[in-house]
Write a protein that binds this ligand. Structure first.
Ligand SMILES: Nc1ncnc2c1ncn2[C@@H]1O[C@H](COP(=O)(O)OP(=O)(O)OP(=O)(O)O)[C@@H](O)[C@H]1O
Ligand SMILES: [Mg+2]
Length: 401
């Protein structure tokens, strides 16, 4: 059980630009925090700074109220699980899990008790006498997690622990990790991934990191909050595009008129109503309107808040189909989620209804979001109704006006 505070944490390798800039973050006792972001954005670096494997260039890291910048890894009460399981090949599962405790001169009865408890939690009991080479990838990963559990850390650190597993096993192990967090309730967890589905499903709190230029300009933190907060209220276009799969569509528009509860934008030759507050932005401000594939609705004919386009290609996944539609002014083809048995075909002209409540708007100059004026609780309630299904949130999204 541990609380973690990052205060203005920076990391710089030599004279290179900052890898991590100005991270301020509070991870509460027992919280599950996921670090997510594009490759090279510094997720592992930030995690290794918590573990004590990397120096902190400036700023302060506190664990349970105490500065730990200078503390040795062993003094921090953390256990780390790596992507490569790094098991000892000549030791059995039991010996692998017991090794760290034996080195720390824990008495034999306690070692046995802790190893058997971890084996039970991770369903490894039948495998205790096997060697790593006699295990599947998922079983090996569980042994690596078991080795962390026996040390009873206040904080678990996971660096992409599932990336060596196949798709089915990833899902299964992801659920096991979520269950583990519930079962051992008191431990805090930091979990690094570049997979936004893992981030959405596991996290109490997501820290989405910037990469490249944005780090130097705005600092490393793109947005930090509950998964659905990032999904419904992204602060900028980068966050909007990163969270959600398939990714949000963006269509060019120009601000026509702003009122406190909604705005009207010019999109091609259409006037589109958007539930945002753009008051204070001058008429003519260049915007990008965002809509998630699961929030698009196809209608029979042209009308208010409808744009038209041509189906360029179709992906059929069984449970859903994705139509890729060319629409004038769109950054890319617009992805439209439909049911698995859709009858639309390549070449069809389709009419996409842009429901004002599901639209996002971002300023073209700096990517910042205009405030949405839908009620936060109404979106959240509707999401519970919609349910989170696999990698996507289903499309029966409805808000109350
Ligand atoms: N020892 C080092 N010296 C110099 N640069 C480094 C060092 N270690 C990492 N970096 C750089 O720091 C940046 C962040 O690396 P890091 O491994 O933390 O990224 P990441 O977000 O974990 O990426 P990935 O998703 O690919 O694992 C990268 O640009 C990397 O090249
Ligand atoms: Mg990494």
């Amino acid at each position: 059980m541990s609380e973690l505070i990052f205060k203005g944490v920076h990391k710089r390798y030599g004279d290179n630009p900052y890898t991590i800039r100005d991270v301020n973050l509070h991870i509460e006792d027992g919280e599950f925090c996921v670090f997510v972001g594009p490759s090279g954005c510094g997720k592992s670096t930030l995690l290794r700074m918590v573990a004590g494997l990397e120096d902190i260039t400036s700023g302060e890291l506190q664990i349970d109220g105490k500065r730990v910048n200078e503390a040795a890894p062993s003094e921090r009460g953390v256990s780390m699980v790596f992507q490569s399981y790094a098991l000892y090949p000549h030791m059995t599962v039991y010996e692998n899990m017991a090794f760290g405790l034996k080195v720390a001169k824990t008495n034999a009865d306690t070692v046995d008790q802790k190893v058997r408890h971890a084996a039970k939690v991770l369903q490894l009991e039948p495998l205790l006498e096997r060697l790593p080479k006699e295990l599947s990838g998922g079983q090996r990963q569980r042994v690596a997690i078991g080795r962390a559990i026996v040390r009873e850390p206040g904080i678990f650190l996971f660096d992409e622990p599932l990336s060596n597993l196949d798709a089915a096993l990833r899902v299964k192990t992801r659920i096991e990790i979520a269950r583990l967090h519930k079962d051992i309730g008191t431990a805090s967890m930091i979990y690094v991934t570049h997979d936004q589905v893992e981030a959405m499903t596991l996290a109490d709190k997501i820290l989405l990191l910037n990469s490249g230029e944005a780090v130097q300009r705005d600092g490393s933190v793109a947005q930090c909050g509950a998964p659905l907060e990032l999904y419904h209220f992204p602060v900028n276009k980068f966050v909007a595009g990163f969270i959600g799969s398939p990714k949000m569509n963006f269509i060019d528009a120009v601000l026509e008129q702003a009122e406190p509860e909604h705005a009207t934008v010019q999109m091609g030759d259409k006037s589109i109503k958007v539930r945002i507050n753009a008051v204070g932005q001058p008429k003519g401000t260049k915007l990008e309107i965002g809509i998630r594939p699961e929030h698009t609705v196809l209608v029979e004919q042209d009308g208010d808040n409808v744009v038209q386009g041509t189906v360029e290609f179709i992906e059929k996944l069984g449970e859903a189909s994705y139509l890729y539609v060319s629409v004038k002014g769109a950054e890319d083809t617009v992805t439209v989620r439909q049911s698995g048995d859709t009858t639309y075909a390549v070449g069809n002209t389709v009419s996409i209804f842009l429901k004002p409540e599901v639209l996002h708007a971002f300023k073209q100059d700096d990517g910042r979001a205009c405030a949405r004026t839908i009620r936060e609780d109404s979106v959240k309630d509707s999401l519970f109704l919609a349910g989170v299904s696999g990698s996507v949130l289903t499309n029966n999204f409805q808000t109350q006006n």
